[in-house]
Design a protein around this ligand. Structure first.
Ligand SMILES: [Zn+2]
Length: 348
């Protein structure tokens, strides 16, 4: 069968292997036929050789962590043949740490977790894969064209879950949300904010392309000015750019008892002038919280599946700007400025 693979640490080693072995039964009882995988920045970093780890004893890593497939067989009876399914990306560490021990692998403390298509577990960019019931998330049949958005949605479902848990420390009635960055994560964070009945503002530097219209179609307001120039103080900021200036401005801009959730990963190496004392005073005197959020546990995957099933399906569809057949896989991994989400199609 076909598999899209890299040799981790070797730049530009991306290859479609035509005779990749069938998934072994140890991988899980549920056998799945791949429909699609979504592609994101992590895949690009792995292809560049900056990131990624093959399974123990193997040279190549199968890519793909944003999965969508159809169940072929499930002897456990958890799912039925024909059901749509996605595989949870992260598996708990073997120790396990106190968080992994209670299935909060997204909060792993020792970093020894594994991840499909990223770290020591084969990815989902292959014709068939297997999954254990614990890591298999069923999807509403309506999500067949867009279900590969479940993984990025799980990331923002966790972000919102933690924002609300932090908010619950006191009486908290948020009204406005600022999402910085209108890529897939930012747009899906905005979707979940709209579903919460909040007044949603999305800020991005793009003035052309599909982003402004996608934001407006959601019922949110699109901004292209710097964060510091916005004329309101949001109750919540979901930061999705990782750009140092935007991150800092968000911490200053958020309103009293505000919450800033950081989801963007910065590359580092760039220094900015920062008045740490003034920032500290701002955070203390306004009871503000700044926190980081990454990955998701099973509960978040299920919340994300509900959120996607409830969303406007044509809007979700318009996030997918290219669907590339596996035979043209190299095109799928070639970035263009206009893309929101590119999907590798295993059915074509
Ligand atoms: Zn752990």
């Amino acid at each position: 069968m076909r598999a899209v693979t890299v040799t981790p640490g070797v730049p530009d080693s991306l290859r479609l292997v035509e005779d990749w072995p069938e998934p072994p039964p140890e991988e899980g009882a549920i056998l799945v036929e791949a429909l699609a995988v979504g592609i994101c920045g992590t895949d690009q970093e792995i292809i560049a050789g900056d990131y990624g780890e093959a399974p123990p004893g193997q040279e190549r890593l199968v890519l793909g962590h944003e999965s969508l497939g159809r169940v072929l067989e499930d002897p456990t009876g958890t799912l039925r043949p024909g059901d749509l399914v996605a595989g949870v990306v992260r598996h708990p560490d073997p120790v396990p740490c106190p968080n992994c021990a209670v299935d909060e692998w997204d909060m792993c403390r020792n970093g020894r977790y594994t991840e499909h298509g990223i770290k020591a577990l084969p990815g989902f960019a292959r014709d068939r894969w297997r999954v254990q019931p614990k890591f298999a998330v069923g999807l509403d049949p309506v999500l067949a064209p867009v279900g590969m958005l479940l993984e990025p949605t799980s990331v923002v479902a966790k972000a919102w879950d933690h924002i609300e848990r932090i908010g619950a420390r006191a009486e908290w009635k948020p009204q406005s949300v600022l999402v910085t960055g209108a890529g897939p994560i930012g747009l899906l964070a905005a979707l979940l904010a709209i579903q919460r009945g909040l007044s949603v503002h999305v800020l991005d530097r793009n003035t052309t392309g599909p982003k402004p219209d996608l934001v407006r179609a959601l019922g949110a307001t699109y901004h292209t000015v710097p964060v510091a120039e916005l004329d309101f103080a949001p109750d919540v900021v979901v930061e999705c750019t990782g750009a140092p200036v935007v991150v800092l401005d968000a911490m200053y801009k958020v309103g009293p008892i505000g919450i800033v959730c950081l989801t963007g990963v910065s590359s580092g190496g760039r220094t900015l002038d920062l008045d740490a004392g003034a920032l500290n005073r701002e955070l203390v005197l306004e009871n503000n919280v700044v926190f980081g959020s990454v990955n998701a546990n099973r509960r978040h995957w299920e919340l994300a599946a509900e959120a996607l099933a409830r969303a406007d399906q044509s809007w979700l569809n318009s996030l997918i700007t290219r669907r590339v057949p596996v035979s043209a896989y190299a095109e799928a991994y070639t970035q263009t400025g206009e893309d929101i989400k590119v999907v590798l199609d295993f059915t074509a």
